[in-house]
Design a protein around this ligand. Structure first.
Ligand SMILES: [Zn+2]
Length: 373
């Protein structure tokens, strides 16, 4: 299993851009948390499973022979420069393709730049809330028509859609397609300048319209579920809220991809086992759970079919995350699959096949626009 994992190439199906740090140790450590606030009592976000895993695993790429102190690590980063640090970590991540969500941390690096750094093709998913908000910024008096046109044109340049509904009032809002009259009423209020995307009717319309276009174009829809920063209410990010929408998507043959999942990776796994159109990942959890990722991976695979789990890093801002996620996933997979082979639940050949599925072939099936390798 370890031999397979050393050379296994991943399709990173959910990641973002890298940005310059513009700061020292405090700025670096703030990148290691989803919190927007500094730690109280001068404690440190680097003093976590993630922080120690990062120093232990990333040190070698920056030429340290052993785990350095955070201060020395950040100094070495500055010595090498942002561009060289990004080149080293992305090229060492072992990726065969990447799918970039440009809605976050992509101000300095385009998907093409990231692909060049990682030495693999890159593809794009379009955030539907961003598309809708841009229309509203232009005035929005032809919101329904413009949305349909913009979603169709986005479908032509991307391999899927992404929704951050969890950050726009919560997943429980997806209670069904709004009636024509409701949409008209919301749009007329929009023309008065009174409503924005916070309106539950409009946000529902955006998602069901996305479902329509995704169905016509054969594209998947990704949803942020679970762990994220303090802009979302975690209880509103439980993927179980999506069950009604998932059923409608199933009737239209639209894959639904649950991103991050943790701490609802078991719920996500159950949805993936029950609905043929549901896929999920544990990106962000790995790397954020640091050196204990094997338990999360084993839990994610408790009932989920092996064809339903996808690899992702959810890397953003720090290039380290591309590499760290890749190394920690290999480590977690080595522990889980190594044990399964040792206990003779899986043969070596089974393990190789399943790891290749999770690493890349599952993603290539979901994102048909990528083509097979
Ligand atoms: Zn993300």
């Amino acid at each position: 299993v370890d031999d397979v994992l050393q050379t296994l190439e991943f399709v990173d199906h959910h990641c973002h851009g890298v940005t310059s740090l513009n700061g020292g140790v405090p700025a670096f450590e703030q990148r290691l948390t989803e919190s927007r606030e500094p730690m109280p009592f001068n404690q440190r976000y680097a003093d976590t499973s993630l922080g120690h895993a990062l120093l232990a695993i990333c040190a070698g790429v920056l030429d340290f022979l052993e785990k350095p102190r955070m201060e020395d690590y950040v100094e070495r980063r500055q010595e090498l420069g942002e561009a060289e640090v990004a080149r080293r970590f992305l090229s060492a991540a072992g990726l065969s393709a990447m799918v970039v969500d440009t809605g976050f941390a992509c101000e300095e690096t385009s998907p093409a730049d990231l692909g060049t750094l990682a030495g693999c093709p890159s593809y794009v998913v379009h955030r539907v809330e961003t598309i809708a908000e841009e229309i509203l910024l232009r005035g929005g008096d032809r919101f329904v028509q413009d949305l349909s046109v913009e979603l169709t044109s986005a479908a032509a340049s991307g391999v899927g859609f992404k929704s951050i509904l969890a950050y726009r009032g919560g997943l429980e809002q997806l209670t069904g397609r709004p009636a024509e009259a409701e949409i008209e009423r919301a749009c007329s209020q929009l023309a008065d300048g009174r409503l924005g995307l916070a309106d539950p009717v409009l946000i529902r319309h955006v998602l069901y319209e996305t479902l329509e276009v995704a169905s016509q174009r054969g594209l998947p829809i990704q949803f942020h579920v679970g762990y994220g920063d303090s802009d979302l209410l975690l209880s509103s990010a439980n993927p179980l809220h999506l069950e009604g929408f998932i059923r409608e998507a199933m009737d239209r043959d639209v894959p639904i991809v649950l991103l991050h999942s943790y701490p609802f990776h078991r719920e996500a796994g159950i949805l993936a086992s029950v609905y043929p159109n549901v896929f999920f990942d544990i990106g962000l959890a790995i790397p954020h759970v640091g050196f204990e990722g094997q338990r999360i991976l084993a839990e994610a695979l408790e009932v989920a079919p092996f064809a339903k789990l996808l690899y992702s890093s959810d890397a953003a801002h720090l290039p380290e995350f591309f590499y760290l996620a890749s190394r920690l996933f290999r480590r977690a997979a080595g522990a889980v699959f190594g044990r399964w082979v040792a206990e003779k639940w899986l043969s070596q050949a089974d393990a190789r096949r399943v790891l290749e599925m999770i690493g890349s072939t599952n993603a290539r099936r979901v994102y048909a626009g990528m083509g097979s390798a």
